[in-house]
Write a protein that binds this ligand. Sequence first.
Ligand code: PLP
Length: 341
Amino acid sequence: MEKKNIDWSNLGFAYMQTDKRYVSNYKDGAWDEGTLTSDANIVLNECACVLQYAQTCFEGLKAYTTEDGHIVTFRPDLNAQRMVASAKRLEMPAFPEDRFVDAVHKVVEANAAYVPPYGSGATLYIRPYMFGSNSVIGVKPAEEYQFRVFTTPVGPYFKGGAKPITIRVCDYDRAAPHGTGHVKAGLNYAMSLYAIVDAHEKGFDENMYLDSATRTKVEETGGANFLFVTKDNTVVTPKSPTILPSITRRSLLYVAEHYLGLKTEEREVYMDEVKDFAECGLCGTAAVISPVGKIVDHDKEICFPSGMEKMGPTIQKLYDTLTGIQMGHIEAPEGWIHKIC
Ligand SMILES: *Cc1c(COP(=O)(O)O)cnc(C)c1O
């Protein structure tokens, strides 16, 4: 298979159209058999439920070229599971988990020429999503849905090494108690746009959201979960029913415990104790872990001892081990790596 002529190491995080995408339609109570198509456009009625009432959810994962030349994806079964949970919360029909994994497999295989080569730092980003497609004007769930998966090659998240970022404690909320914070709904992102544009204008890289009920506990950013390291090297991640359950974060906790022999805790994390941590990072598929150097909480600043130049030592080890597993130079736990070809 001949790779496309793309300058892999200078790719950013932007959409580039690839050859094939997967489409399956839901109608009369059932999903059709699904197909790969070359058509990247969608034609919808003006009154489609997704356009009027934002009935849509999505997933995000990546395909990598391993050191020995295989194309693999990382734990796609967990994305499939999470999309079922998102669909249920939004009154959408679940797309079967085995079919989700199969659709991801087929789309990556069909776009293998766009999977960046080993060592480039770039990856193929995979975006499964679904939406209510028929016209709905009275507020109710759609009756027809479309499930799609497209791919786009994306560049190395950290060009020239991972520089720690500066984030702020945000005065806007991301998720209400008993709301939709725990599912990957497009609407969670729509309402975070105002806060992130405001944060960027004021010179911050990200927003740190607190729990909206008491504003005393750490939740997450707009698109990544927090991971902290204590001064005695315990890995701590916030626990809350309104956080999106990041697959990267869950994998990093496993790596901390089983590969690095570290103690781990998943528990409520109070804003008051954040100043006592040694390291802080944000975890998600995009970057694996972005180190946080500084948190600005209104008139107070928390500067982590790991500084603003590089990742702290424990976060670096977590990062190296998980990316080593993904790239195939460290043995993966059973079932983590889904081989495409
Ligand atoms: C997708 C997402 C994450 C990261 O999840 P991963 O499975 O690790 O990619 C974290 N927080 C939010 C709000 C998200 O939407």
